[in-house]
Design a protein around this ligand. Structure first.
Ligand SMILES: NC(=O)c1ccc[n+]([C@@H]2O[C@H](COP(=O)([O-])OP(=O)(O)OC[C@H]3O[C@@H](n4cnc5c(N)ncnc54)[C@H](O)[C@@H]3O)[C@@H](O)[C@H]2O)c1
Length: 410
């Protein structure tokens, strides 16, 4: 029998996003009960709905557990205490009860006001910036002695991306797609919609980041991706050592992993081509220099360097060379990745599980993400790790890129 109660609230596009039913079903499924005390339905696509509910449970502990489960839907208590800030005693070591962030927009109630959180990402702590009166997401490894960290979750509210989306179909270029993965989905339709979105982002001076793995090159997508860079549709590039190595191999030898991309035959001594390519870059000192000296005249890396867009190649244990520009210090690489995706409108992930999940971990939930992979499990994995906004397209990446480049040229 429910004897204890608390007033809770939620706001946003609660009905069509499924948030309302999510809240009510969660309460019942977890043995609680509710009484809706106020519900204002947003009438226009711009107007948000407001919900006020009396949450009922057997005791205070059961109420705490229920509230914890409801936080993911953006639920917060009507009366919220000011956040508890605990100073960091030792660099890189947060107070035990630190609040660990999600990738959703977050606010903290502190000194009578809801305060914004900046640099939103998942798996971070929240540190008070007194000068600017905001909270900042900080990785544990970046914590310094004396930093004031939010502890507990009672003064934190999150805004799930689904609840923030406007209702009108044309408000979102991807409204036609649900954020699930389907191998049945017509790749043609997806290509058309992504081409439109790329144009839109370019026209309004937005930011598209491409994350790519070496399969882009092996499947003959290098030229198409290079043409997107040249066309100004790509504003930043992230990948590993391999995509650059195999792109160079094509430019210098016409092969990828020793296979002639025109004939499909293994070239004589082809297995050494990627090593010779790395060596040639070392001869010039770097890819930047190779472009400047006219040694590297075509291809993806050439276009990226020529366009002057930011890029980062993150190292891994598999790397050959690595190339001089590959960042082998993983913390530096993560920091550079995070800087590069800051302010992104659209992130397109092309056939790399490692780097796609890495980027998914750093990106806020309101950034549109599209993942193209031959394996549907990769998109599912991204979603399972919290990047549930990802739209999955199951396709050969070379085919996808050629179709996309063709459509953008048209
Ligand atoms: N020579 C080298 O230096 C070298 C070579 C290989 C990989 N690496 C490094 O290893 C790390 C991981 O490499 P990765 O990103 O290739 O591996 P990964 O396993 O993370 O990703 C490969 C992805 O490609 C997908 N895929 C395979 N064929 C496809 C196709 N035809 N179309 C679409 N998707 C397809 C797979 O399903 C998989 O998800 C990277 O850092 C990379 O730079 C280095």
């Amino acid at each position: 029998m429910a004897t204890k109660s608390r007033m809770i609230q939620a706001e946003g596009h609660l009905i069509d996003s499924g948030i309302l039913s999510g809240i009510l079903n969660t309460i019942l499924a977890r043995g609680g009960d509710y009484r809706i005390t106020n519900f204002i339905v947003g009438k226009t696509p711009e107007e948000q709905s407001e919900l006020e509910v009396e949450l009922l449970a057997t005791d205070e502990h059961a109420l705490d557990l229920l509230l914890g489960a409801l936080k993911a839907f953006g639920v917060f208590e009507k009366t919220v205490p000011s956040a508890t800030l605990v100073p960091v005693e030792k660099a890189r070591y947060a107070p035990e009860s630190f609040y660990s962030t999600s990738n959703h927009r977050t606010e903290v109630f502190f000194e009578d006001h809801w305060r914004m959180v900046e640099q939103q990402r998942m798996d971070a702590s929240l540190v008070w910036d007194a000068q600017r009166s905001v909270f900042i997401c900080k990785k544990l490894r970046d914590l310094r002695e004396g930093d004031l960290v939010v502890c507990g979750s009672e003064s934190v509210r999150i805004f799930p991306a689904e609840a923030q989306r406007k209702k009108s179909a044309d408000a979102d270029a991807f409204a036609f797609m649900t954020n699930t993965v389907s191998s049945e989905r017509s790749v043609d339709t997806a290509v058309q919609q992504i081409a439109q979105e790329l144009k839109r982002v370019k026209e309004r001076g937005g930011k598209t980041v491409v994350v790519g793995g070496p399969v882009v090159i092996h499947t003959g997508g290098s030229e198409a991706l290079a043409s997107l860079v040249k066309g100004g549709y790509v504003n930043a590039f992230l990948g590993g050592n391999a995509i650059a190595v195999h792109d160079l191999e094509i430019q210098f030898y016409g092969t990828s992993l020793g296979v002639d991309l025109k004939t499909g035959k293994v070239a004589e001594h082809g297995h050494s081509h990627h090593m010779r390519s790395i060596n040639r870059i070392y001869g010039c000192s770097s890819m930047q220099e190779a472009v400047r000296q006219g040694v590297l005249k075509t291809g993806l890396m050439h276009e990226i360097i020529k366009a002057g867009i930011p890029y980062c190649l993150a190292g891994s244990i598999r790397d050959d060379g690595p190339l001089p520009e590959t960042v082998t210090d993983m913390i530096q690489a993560q920091q550079r990745y995070a800087e590069i995706i800051e302010g992104a409108d659209l992130i397109i992930m092309l056939s790399t599980m490692l780097h796609s999940i890495g980027v998914g971990n750093m990106a806020p939930s309101w950034v549109k993400m599209v993942c193209i992979d031959i394996n549907p499990a990769v998109v599912t994995k991204l979603a399972d790790r919290g990047s549930s906004q990802t739209i999955g397209i199951v396709s050969d990446v070379g085919f996808f890129l050629r179709a996309l480049a063709e459509r953008l040229e048209a």
